[in-house]
Design a protein around this ligand. Structure first.
Ligand SMILES: Cc1cc2nc3c(=O)[nH]c(=O)nc-3n(C[C@H](O)[C@H](O)[C@H](O)COP(=O)(O)OP(=O)(O)OC[C@H]3O[C@@H](n4cnc5c(N)ncnc54)[C@H](O)[C@@H]3O)c2cc1C
Length: 324
């Protein structure tokens, strides 16, 4: 096969939100190169997740079954995927840039004497070759990356860089792939899965995010922005100073040292738009900014901007939204 293989993360039958973004990247590349696109899934629930993935226009979906793959281990995933890749011989192997992928994909690529180009934000075709684009120095520079030699070429794609809603529907065949694994090859033993506290929030899954910055002045004013998030049915997030001050938990921080999000709408309230913040949210579908400074850099990425005092604008917005 000379095609594209998208390795999709799932847990107990639920696809990781970014999995479909990786699949969208694979479909896009496949369409441009005229190459078939395949998906691969591993772990408990892979069969159920494969049913969902098979509803897209793919040349096939491979389910890697083995009791040693039930729980994620870097050894198990590396060994099993290596066997699948050697059997299929794809030109490109794509992943979403999830924590799990960061853990095992560099090792998988190295096992095949290749490298992983991580956190890709875009691509283009140049003289029949694919050029990948990835950010450096916290988004200040976009680097073009070319592959040398023969595939398989490995790359992971950044959250929000490719949109799952561009996926083309279809009907793909599901095939089982039996990996050969020995318990002695798995050097780590999964223990009980870490569960975040009940307050923990997965901002990457929120369709609407209202994010608050230092313009809010003090902790006592945070409920104003929380109310806006509530009437919009969104999640509350923040720039770093808000979390550094302990006004909101760290899990709500967006940016280079926080979460990378790509919701349908990101409403930035009193956030200047420092590069470290922008890298975490500029993939959002629609960006709305409220800031009293018309020169604030956030307006450079905003689709809609309101220049004004948030203490006047936000209550007025809440009142209007409540009428609806
Ligand atoms: C290594 C490193 C990593 C970092 N990681 C992150 C990160 O992950 N996330 C992050 O956010 N930052 C991060 N930062 C910090 C970043 O550089 C900025 O300092 C930070 O994003 C600024 O937050 P802010 O926009 O809330 O505050 P400010 O830059 O102080 O902006 C406040 C804004 O509010 C506006 N404003 C003030 N009053 C009002 C009002 N009444 N009505 C309307 N607007 C008003 C102002 O005009 C201003 O634009 C990082 C920095 C470093 C060095």
């Amino acid at each position: 096969m000379s095609g594209i293989l998208a390795v999709l993360e799932q847990r107990e039958g639920q696809l990781h939100k970014m999995a479909l973004e990786a699949l969208a990247a694979a479909q896009k590349l496949g369409a441009e190169l005229g190459a078939p696109v395949y998906a691969a899934l591993l772990g408990t629930g892979a069969d159920a997740a494969a049913q969902v993935v098979a509803q897209y226009d793919l040349a096939g979906v491979h389910v890697l079954g083995h009791h040693l793959l039930a729980e994620y281990t870097p050894d198990g995933y590396t060994l099993a995927l290596r066997q699948l890749i050697e059997a299929l011989n794809p030109t490109y192997v794509l992943f979403a840039h999830t924590y799990q992928v960061r853990d095992f994909a560099p090792r998988l690529a190295t096992a095949l004497n290749r490298v992983l180009v991580s956190d890709v934000v875009g691509h283009r075709a140049e003289n029949g070759a694919v050029v990948l684009v990835r950010q450096m120095f916290q988004g200040k520079i976009a680097a073009d990356v070319h592959f040398n030699g023969e595939g398989p070429f490995f790359a992971s794609v950044q959250a929000g860089a490719f949109r799952a809603d561009t996926l083309v529907a279809g009907s793909a065949k599901i095939a089982a792939f039996s990996a050969t694994l020995d318990a002695a090859q798995i050097r780590t033993k999964p223990l009980e899965r870490f569960r975040e506290s009940a307050r923990a929030v997965d901002l990457t899954a929120a369709p609407i995010i209202v994010s608050v910055g230092r313009g809010i002045r003090e902790e006592d004013n945070i409920p104003l922005v929380q109310e806006l998030a509530d009437v919009l049915g969104g999640e509350l997030a923040a720039s770093r100073p808000i979390c550094d001050n302990g006004w909101l938990p760290m899990e709500r921080q967006v940016g280079s040292s926080g979460q990378t999000v790509a919701p349908k709408m990101y409403l930035a309230v009193g956030i200047s738009g420092a590069i470290q913040h922008l890298v975490g949210m500029k993939g959002s579908k629609v960006i709305v900014a409220i800031n009293k400074d018309p020169e604030a850099p956030i307006f450079e990425v905003a689709d809609y901007g309101i220049v004004g005092d948030l203490f006047q604008v936000v209550p007025a917005l809440i009142a209007e939204l409540k009428k609806k």
